[in-house]
Ligand binder design. Structure first.
Ligand code: DLL
Length: 443
């Protein structure tokens, strides 16, 4: 048995073996899989074949991993343009599951899985849970939404394959969530970080202290969140909060996850090949530099994605992690290239507001950006909830807090925004992904 594998201490599970592969072996495996997925896509997917032909490329031209750069990108628009089944590489007889992601406009994008794809997905989810120190005997409350969203079923099958006990509660009905957390002695919860905050708020109202429960791990993802948010969550609940990343187009949850060192998310490189490219040119960035994550599914049968542009901004770190895993890490994803708001010429990301707000005492991590246009000029209003102690009648105290927040935001973003303090529970809560921006400019 690999020594490093044992050294990692916590979260050991046999399925996590590929996390600790010697790097040369990992590269060999990646190349073999890359060549096979390129061949499969070329043979089965018209759009891919046409793009290869337009570049005078044959699958056999992929001789080394670096050759991946010669391949065309896939974009989200390709999934929309070929809606619903145009990118499938397996006949329907072999497809056992479809999921869809709603997106903000129009038709959803559809993704497909063969049984083999589902098994790979369960495998990466087992490795994800193992990385959070979970194992057989743990009771996992799965509050990701079940349905077309990949979060619920993805985590569900992974938890079962791990040998843990899964509670398929899905999102919503927060009071029942809290009752079950307590009565079933739940040890881990899966949901979006913003929904967990809501659970914390509600439990305080129900006079249940989450700190008194056996809950010890949170597997949080599906939306950007900050270190400040992690600190709040951990301080208020005494659990260890892990960041899990994934996207429907690639598989769902389980593309990358933190280990107990919490220094980046390990990407399951034997299954998903990562590249980082310049968001404008699509050219590779220097090693370690920030850019857009591009992913290739190395094993997907039903719907392989080759060089899929995720629009998620991160960097890649190939340095060996202290946990012993040899697979690369990506930095926490705080923003998407298409999340960027340009306000009076300044680039603004919602997560910058979150980091600024959480530095100021008295604020709650519930906020929303309202975009308005006044005489042709864009204005941003930041609505932020403040604790009931701070929400006082003393106008001076409130003004003081408002000033502090405006300064903190200006220091972080370079933008002057209007801050509006609102009472706790004023901002609508979501059972899934939080809605951080309301754009009233084009109404
Ligand atoms: O959100 C899959 C998922 C479910 C991941 C449960 C983790 C947990 P989609 O709905 O297709 O899939 O949304 C994918 O969400 O491209 C990111 O922009 C964002 N995202 C997902 N996880 C994280 C994360 C699921 N940990 C899109 N941090 C991705 C930041 C995240 N953003």
């Amino acid at each position: 048995m690999n020594e490093l594998w044992c050294d990692s201490g916590r979260g050991f599970h046999p399925a996590s073996a590929p996390d600790f592969l010697p790097v040369e072996q990992l590269r060999d495996l990646q190349l073999r899989r890359l060549r096979s997925v390129v061949q499969r896509s070329y043979d089965q997917v018209k759009l891919f074949r046409e793009r290869m032909e337009a570049r005078n490329l044959l699958p056999a031209d992929i001789q080394r991993l670096e050759d991946i750069k010669r391949l065309p990108f896939y974009e989200k628009s390709d999934l929309r343009d070929t809606y619903p089944f145009g990118l499938f590489a397996s006949p329907m007889q072999e497809i056992v599951r479809l999921h869809a992601s709603s997106g903000t406009t129009g038709k959803p994008i559809v993704v497909a899985y063969t049984q083999e794809d589902i098994d790979v997905w369960s495998n990466v989810m087992v490795r994800s849970f193992a990385s959070c120190g979970l194992h057989r005997g743990d009771i996992i409350q799965n509050a990701y939404g079940y349905g077309l969203f990949t979060g619920g079923l993805g985590a569900h099958y992974g938890a079962e394959a791990l040998g843990a006990t899964v509670i398929p509660i899905s999102g919503g009905n927060t009071q029942r969530q809290i009752m079950i957390l307590k009565d079933f002695s739940v040890t881990a919860i899966c949901c979006t970080p913003s929904y967990f905050l809501h659970i914390l708020d509600q439990s305080a109202e129900m006079k249940i202290n989450i700190k008194d429960l056996p809950l010890r791990v949170g597997v949080f993802g599906a939306e950007p969140w900050t270190e400040g948010m992690r600190e709040r969550i951990q301080a208020e609940s005494n659990i260890e909060a892990y960041d899990i990343y994934g996207l429907s187009e690639i598989i769902g949850p389980g593309v990358a996850i933190e280990c107990h060192k919490h220094s980046g998310l390990h990407i399951f490189e034997d299954v998903f090949y990562p590249e980082i490219v310049n968001i404008h040119t699509g050219e590779p960035v220097p090693e370690g530099a920030e850019g857009e994550l591009v992913l290739t599914t190395l094993t997907k049968q039903a719907m392989p994605m080759i060089r899929y542009r995720t629009h998620d901004i991160t960097r890649l770190c190939r340095e060996r992690c202290a946990c012993g895993r040899t697979i690369a890490r990506i930095e926490r994803i705080a923003r998407r290239s298409d999340d960027m708001l340009i306000i009076r010429g300044v680039n603004l990301y919602p997560s910058q507001i979150e980091s600024a707000l959480l530095k100021v005492e008295g604020t709650l991590p519930h906020y929303q950006l309202i975009l308005k246009r006044d005489k042709g000029l864009d204005q941003v209003e930041v609505d932020v909830e403040v604790t009931s102690e701070f929400f006082s009648d003393k106008i001076s105290a409130m003004e003081d807090l408002q000033q502090k927040l405006s300064h903190a935001i200006e220091n972080t973003t370079g933008l002057r925004v209007d801050v509006r303090l609102v009472q706790p529970h004023t901002i609508a809560r979501s059972e899934g992904k939080a809605k951080r921006v309301i754009d009233k400019r084009n109404l």
